[in-house]
Design a protein around this ligand. Structure first.
Ligand code: ADP
Ligand code: MG
Length: 594
């Protein structure tokens, strides 16, 4: 007998199902999309164990007529298209007609539904693709789908699932996106019996975003713009709520979440002069556009899209965002919500400060005192002791011991680069990069020696975060604690920051913890040691003096002296140089003197 056989229908269905149903989040997405297509105005999603043991979706949509219920579970059963031409103008969410059949093939599914005109509803139970029960039942208008024991009959798929909280996080992402894309629908998400998200369903993007992102949503500017038949609405975040990755750039086309490089590039181009390096704007944009201009079917389960007229898309998004950012509404951060506080802002607005002592890196007035007494900025307080000699840049020319005794400060360029002259050389030091390295080594040393000292926040900061972010903090609690950061649950989606490492500026508590969350999210797959290292870089960066801030000669001298004795004074923790050298000879050559 040959080796090739035709798979029986059940097996073939299970394989096909795997392509639609990857994990609990994909089930939630498909079922919610059905509810959206059914014109629901309220959708409740409930999951247990990351959705593996239970997913329940309740909607108040049109419902399915009793005699259609069974058909809806057939492969390619859909009420949404009739012929192939319809595919081009489809405005509904899903049109492959395989969600219900696929999900019911790999789970124990129960659906109850009733249309407005029917007196009784219908209940159907299907397990592993096999119809178990169908009966009339009493229920309100709408549809409830309960999916239990996902992948109970496909162990290979089951094995690919991640930990419950990770799967729950994916579900939260899906519901968040659907909620933002459909502000006219009230979404509720319940994870392990606690409500983690609820949107108002009032059609307003701002209040919807507020219900998800809390106060951060206040630091946004509305977008409403039309060009080339493309209508763009949404929110553009002020630079103060920028994040360190692109996960807060959310795009919809006709209310459907999509991913596309052109769209991100257009946004980043619009923000160009406003963003610090390594920061990405927070934006939520919906494009209402003729569906024929978009190819959404690049991959059915992915969100990548292609455009037939990329240029138009780029240009319309660019102008939409730019117009909002530079029109009327001020980009000057709202002080009460501000997380990024530059020293100059504190100095200019003392009356608005919250009453904490101002402590902002090197700009502090009593800096000199701090320096002499051993200080919180990680500068060495014993400048006359040079335990270790620098290599490379310095040693090529002369012993660095000499350098640290004889350098002369020339000044500072662009409030960022320190110019130093020493013998026959000129050095240019990037003040932020250098200070970042100093802080990093200090934090690292303290950490390794178990000397991490933390400072209590006099008035603890309260921060609203998403459930997923909370889980991330919880799962890395040991690392966070070992770094001297104390955070506690403050109820209803918020946390309280109680203490920070001593070297950090406690006025930046919120910013530091937001950054902490981003770093943990980005480095989920890393081992503990690497995670810690990434967090130490981050803490160093946050506690270092910023570029574009004026330093006194005394502060400059302290900074340079502190570079002495570092393990690696030549690059910042991210690998950028801290210091470059130009010889007098080179300069003289350029002027034709040598
Ligand atoms: P598709 O959504 O691609 O049409 P599905 O398998 O997801 O395919 O659903 C099959 C059909 O079942 C839909 O076309 C729709 O008519 C009906 N249906 C599914 N879910 C719902 C719901 N929540 N409310 C009303 N009708 C639904
Ligand atoms: Mg569907």
């Amino acid at each position: 007998m040959g080796n090739i056989v035709i798979l029986d229908e059940n097996t073939a269905n299970k394989i096909a199902a795997g392509e639609v149903v990857e994990r609990p989040a994909s089930v939630v997405k498909e079922l919610c999309e059905n509810s959206i297509d059914a014109k629901a105005t309220s959708i409740t999603v409930e999951i247990n164990n990351g959705g593996i043991s239970l997913i329940k979706i309740i909607d108040n949509g049109t419902g399915i007529q009793g005699d259609d219920v069974e058909i809806a579970f057939e492969k390619h059963a859909t009420s949404k298209i009739r012929k192939v031409e319809d595919l081009n103008s489809i405005s509904s969410m899903g049109f492959r007609g395989e969600a219900l059949s696929s999900i019911s093939a790999v789970s124990k599914l129960e659906l109850t539904t009733k249309t407005l005109n029917e007196n009784t509803g219908t209940k159907i139970k299907i397990e592993g693709g096999v119809l178990k029960e169908k009966e009339e039942c009493g229920c309100p208008k709408g549809t409830t789908v309960i999916v239990k024991d996902l992948f109970f009959n496909t162990p290979a798929r089951y094995k690919f699932l991640k930990k419950d909280y990770t799967e729950a996080g994916y579900v939260e992402d899906v519901v968040t996106m659907l909620a933002l894309g459909n502000p006219n629908i009230s979404f509720k998400l319940i994870i392990n019996a606690s409500l983690v998200l609820q949107t108002p369903g009032n059609g307003e993007m701002l209040t919807t975003a507020y219900s998800i992102y809390g106060n951060n949503a206040k630091s946004t500017i509305g977008v409403d713009y039309e060009q080339d038949g493309i209508h763009i609405t949404g929110l553009a975040g002020k630079p103060e709520i920028a994040r360190s990755n692109r996960s807060h750039q959310i795009f919809f086309i006709n209310n459907r979440v999509v991913k596309n490089r052109t769209m991100s590039s257009a946004v980043e181009e619009a923000y160009k002069t406003l963003m610090q390096v390594g920061k990405y704007p927070f934006v939520i944009l919906n494009l209402e556009i003729n569906p024929e201009l978009v190819d959404v079917n690049v991959h059915p389960t992915k969100q990548e899209v292609r455009f037939s007229e990329e240029g138009k898309i780029f240009s319309s998004i660019f102008h939409a965002v730019k117009n909002s950012l530079f029109s009327g509404e001020s980009l000057i951060p709202d002080y009460s919500l501000m997380k990024i506080e530059e020293p100059w802002q504190k100095e200019k607005m003392p009356e608005k400060s919250s009453g904490f002592p101002l402590k902002s890196g090197l700009k502090q007035q009593d800096y000199g005192k701090n320096f002499e007494g051993g200080n919180s900025y990680g500068f060495h307080d014993n400048a006359s002791k040079y335990p270790k000699y620098l290599q490379g840049t310095f040693s090529e020319i002369k012993e660095e011991q000499e350098f640290y005794r004889t350098f002369k400060i020339v000044g500072s360029a662009f409030l960022t680069y320190i110019l130093v002259e020493d013998g026959a050389d000129m050095y240019i030091i990037d003040q932020h990069a250098a200070h970042e390295r100093i802080m990093y080594e200090k934090l690292k040393k303290d950490h390794e020696e178990g000397k991490q000292v933390s400072q209590m926040l006099l008035i603890p900061e309260v921060l609203e975060i998403k459930h997923k972010e909370y889980e991330l903090l919880k799962n890395n609690a040991d690392i966070i604690e070992s770094l001297g950061i104390a955070i506690e649950d403050f109820g209803s989606g918020s946390i309280k920051i109680n203490s920070l490492p001593f070297l950090c500026d406690k006025d930046n508590a919120k910013e530091i913890v937001l950054e902490l969350i981003d770093q943990l999210a980005e480095n989920q797959k890393e081992n503990k040691k690497n995670k810690k290292d990434k967090l130490l870089y981050m803490l160093a960066c946050k506690s270092a003096v910023k570029a574009n801030s004026a330093l006194s000669d005394q502060e400059i001298a302290a900074l340079i002296e502190s570079m002495n004795g570092l393990e690696n004074p030549y690059t910042c923790p991210h690998g950028r140089p801290t210091i470059i050298r130009m010889t007098k000879y080179e300069i003289e050559k350029r002027f034709g003197r040598a």
